[in-house]
Design a protein around this ligand. Sequence first.
Ligand code: PMV
Length: 360
Amino acid sequence: MTEKDFIPSPYTTGKTEGKVTYKSPSNIALVKYWGKKEHQIPANPSISFTLDTCATTTTVSYKKLEDTASDFSFDLLFEGRPKEDFKPKISTFLKRTEPYLPFIKDYHFTIETSNSFPHSSGIASSASGMSALALCLMELERELTPNMDTDFFNRKASFLARLGSGSACRSIHGNLMQWGAHKDTRNSSDLFAIKYPYKVHQVFKNFQDTILLVDKGSKQVSSSLGHNLMHDHPFAEKRFDQAHKNLTKLKKVFEEGDLSEFIKIVEGEALTLHAMMMTSMPYFILMKPNTLEIINKIWAFRASSKTHVCFTLDAGANVHVLYPEREKEKVYQFINNELVAYCENGQYICDQIGNGAEKL
Ligand code: PMV
């Protein structure tokens, strides 16, 4: 498919007003997306677990305007209150979607959004937020295009979410999502994410993710800045190549349920992401001393307990502790006894792999 396939033919029906609500989850990448080309095209393919508890709920109320507006017409409420500082990001998103949603200036939108996790937790809300908004807009397009195919609906929702925030395209479905063209993954695309199309062993189907909130402060490096740092990065090509190779390796890992190999790939990816940040110009260290304490504790516990707990990181100091459901009791006890002390105000979030967005 190409971008052109997402430009609709003239709509055959009208709709004056309505309201739609979606709840969309966050996701945690196993192979990381870091570096992009123009129009939110990823520099390398990535794969993620869709989460369950960490989610954004967005309601879009729409009302047709008498005349097409010259600019986007919308109000934004975050957790019940007007939120002016979120508006520029939404305007940029609407601008990018306009060629694919030509009705967008014909309506006034009231966008009401809230997160299941505290906004100041350091957990990125862009994946859940942008995917929820993309789904609401697609629902309006579906009203204007009766008989829209469900596969097309989901693909286009992912395509639009990507325009808001790259990783958001992986939040439409569960529970393992791949985004970015990859020679060994059938139907993979740079334009939207797909459900992982090969066999996945049972052990990966109910994986747990406990998110340790090490540093709840606002992001030191925005993702757009971070992605841009990959443009002149001395190790960029090697890194992009490594992501392709890791995805190929994961195929056998997912099929066979090989947890030892899974751990090597996932922890290696997390550390590579941070290595890229430490070796860019300007350079950043986004891990905090407590991030390293936690990593060392996880390694020691894994060796002594023979469990399969591992970690991954986003572009920040928080640690995602990943483990199979069958080891939940042991690992949970370890987290409580040994890791919670390293979290800011002892805060953490228990999440697990989920099934993707849902219409409420
Ligand atoms: O979607 P963005 O532009 O916020 O980038 C997300 C990048 C990482 O979270 C660090 C990795 C990923 O693949 O989700």
